[in-house]
Structure formats: structure tokens, C-alpha cells
Design a binder for this molecule. Structure first.
Ligand code: ZN
Length: 318
């Protein structure tokens, strides 16, 4: 069997599941178009790249943030006005979920957006939160902080990630103790090399009652199951592919409780429409509105206990 042979060659050291830590993992298949192997955990059904790419951090150069690299993030600086419809809708959802009971009227709740890139979401949250962001890219951070300065916003972006918090005196003060009301990871969790360590750090930073917001693909959804190795979510920078079960299991292990799940996302369809309007240049682009709406409605349905699509947002409370 071809799969077994590949496993023999590459699986010299059997890894543990990066999500639930179980040792019950096996080679699943090779993503030939990107030349990496996917392993699956039989305990939580999460998947992951193994072996990990040698320098995963090398993906996040300037080209990644400006949409010029082969596998990159869409540079949203020009579309920020339209993207803000989605960001603002999400901020409202998070505000509705956090409890500010023990916060004085003068003290604004703190929010940290991990993997903030140029900080569009951080700026969208600035009205309701003492808003801040973390990113691994010096380039994105410095460009984002320039925009913050131009807009005279007090929000600040920092260089780092959850396992390597910034170390300056100001940063140590800012990130000390359990002071955050909300920590968001929007399409970021799948990039983490050590999710358990990263989310343990998020747990420490959150204050009791604070909320962790994660948007990532749910590999229990039929979209991922049916897509198999062809599923477009398999990308070189995506190291971990969670199931809703595995994600909740890991967060429960780390102390989180009270989960709220959203299929497909934690904001309404009209916010997506308004965001998409920014990219609409021709009559043909209008067909996207139909596809987007159909996807949104499909995500509300499930069959045999699985949602039809894989778009997923999870809120977890400390
Ligand atoms: Zn697992």
C-alpha cells in the first residue's frame, strides 16, 4: 500500500496529537500539490502536518501580508472600509458575550487580537475595548501602528505570539496578570505549531469570565470530510486542522468552560454581503452573493450529526 510505505519512510518518530495530546495517531494521506503529509488523531479526529515544515515562520514575510507570496493573506488595507462591516459585527457579538460586571465604568475591557496583521480588527474594536494586537511580522506591526497613529487611535500592535509575548517593560506591564476580557484568533489557530501551549498562555492572560474567540475550519464538517485531500484548506502554513470535538476537548483540558458554537460565523449574513460589496467590480462578481448566501444557509444544516460545511467559530469562557 502506497500510504503505508510513505508512513514507514516518514513516520520514524510517531508524533502525538497537537490538539488532544493522544498518541493514537496515524498517517492519513499526502497532499501532493503542496508536498506535505497529513496525520489524523483517532481520539479527537483532528489532523495535522507531520513532519512540520522546517521553518514555518519563514512563510510570514512581507509578501505574505501584501498578498504577493504563493500562499498569502489578502492585504486588506485597501478594503478596510468594507472589511469593517464584518469586524464591527463581530465586535458587537463579542461585546454581547463578555461580562463586564466587575469592571468599573472608567476601566475599558481589554481585547487582544492574536495574528492581527495590520490591525484592522483591533481598530474596529477600539471603540468598545482597550484594543491591542499581536503578530509575528515586524512589517505588519509597524505598518499597522502607522495607520493607528494616522487615525489617532490609542490601540497598539505588538510583535510576538502567544508563546513568545513581547518582552519590553511596557509590554510586560501590558501583558501581566489575567487582565484581558477577550482574546481573538481569527483564522490563526491553524497556523500554531503548539496549540496547547498557545492556548494555555491565552487562558493565563484572560481574566476570570473572559472569552476566547477562535475561527478555524471544523474538520468534522461534511465540507472537509467530502473534500478529502482536495479540500482547499490544506495549505503549507496550516499546520493543525481541528475538529470541533478536539478543540473543545483541548480547551476543557486547559480550564475553559461554557462553549458557544457558531455555524458558519458569529456575525450575520448581511455583514458578509457588505464586505463583499468592496470587491465587486463587475456584473459577474455578483454571482458571489448567491454562492455566499447559499453557503451561509447550508452551514445552518447538519446531517448525521455533522454540519454540512466546515466554517466554524467557537467562543470559550475562562
Ligand atoms: Zn487528538
Amino acid at each position: 500500500m502506497k500510504g503505508a510505505r510513505v508512513k514507514q519512510i516518514r513516520g520514524r518518530q510517531t508524533p502525538a496529537c497537537p490538539v488532544c495530546a493522544s498518541g493514537q495517531v496515524a498517517f492519513k494521506y499526502r497532499i501532493t500539490r503542496h508536498r506535505f503529509d497529513i496525520w489524523v488523531c483517532s481520539a479527537c479526529r483532528s489532523e495535522f502536518q507531520h513532519p512540520l515544515p522546517k521553518s514555518a515562520d519563514a512563510y510570514y514575510d512581507e509578501g505574505y501580508y501584501t498578498g504577493k507570496s504563493a500562499f498569502s493573506y489578502q492585504d486588506e488595507r485597501r478594503q478596510e472600509h468594507y472589511h469593517n462591516f464584518v469586524h464591527a459585527a463581530r465586535v458587537r457579538s463579542v461585546v454581547g458575550y463578555i461580562r463586564t460586571g466587575n469592571t468599573s465604568a472608567l476601566e475599558r475591557p481589554k481585547l487582544l487580537d492574536v495574528g492581527c496583521a495590520f490591525g484592522a480588527f483591533v481598530r474596529a474594536a477600539a471603540e468598545n475595548f482597550e484594543s491591542s494586537g499581536l503578530d509575528v511580522s515586524d512589517f505588519a506591526i509597524s505598518e499597522g501602528n502607522k495607520i493607528n497613529a494616522e487615525k489617532q487611535l490609542e490601540c497598539r500592535l505588538w510583535r510576538g505570539d502567544l508563546t513568545h509575548l513581547p518582552k519590553s517593560l511596557a509590554a510586560r506591564r501590558f501583558f501581566s496578570g489575567d487582565s484581558f476580557a477577550a482574546i481573538t484568533l481569527i483564522e490563526v489557530a491553524e497556523h500554531l505549531q503548539n496549540p496547547r501551549t498557545a492556548f494555555a498562555s491565552a487562558y493565563k492572560l484572560l481574566k476570570p469570565g473572559g472569552v476566547l474567540v477562535i475561527q478555524t475550519a471544523n474538520f468534522e464538517g461534511w465540507q472537509a470530510v467530502k473534500g478529502g485531500a482536495d479540500y482547499h484548506y490544506y495549505l503549507p502554513g496550516h499546520l493543525v486542522y481541528y475538529t470541533a470535538t478536539g478543540l473543545k476537548q483541548m480547551l476543557t483540558d486547559l480550564g475553559f468552560r461554557e462553549f458557544k458554537e457558531f455555524f458558519p460565523v458569529d456575525f450575520p449574513l448581511w455583514a458578509k454581503w457588505r464586505k463583499a460589496w468592496g470587491d465587486t467590480k463587475s456584473f459577474r462578481d455578483l454571482t458571489r452573493f448567491w454562492r455566499m448566501s447559499l453557503y451561509h444557509l447550508k452551514s445552518k444544516l447538519s446531517w448525521r450529526g455533522r454540519p454540512l460545511t466546515s466554517s466554524y467559530v467557537l467562543y470559550a469562557r475562562k
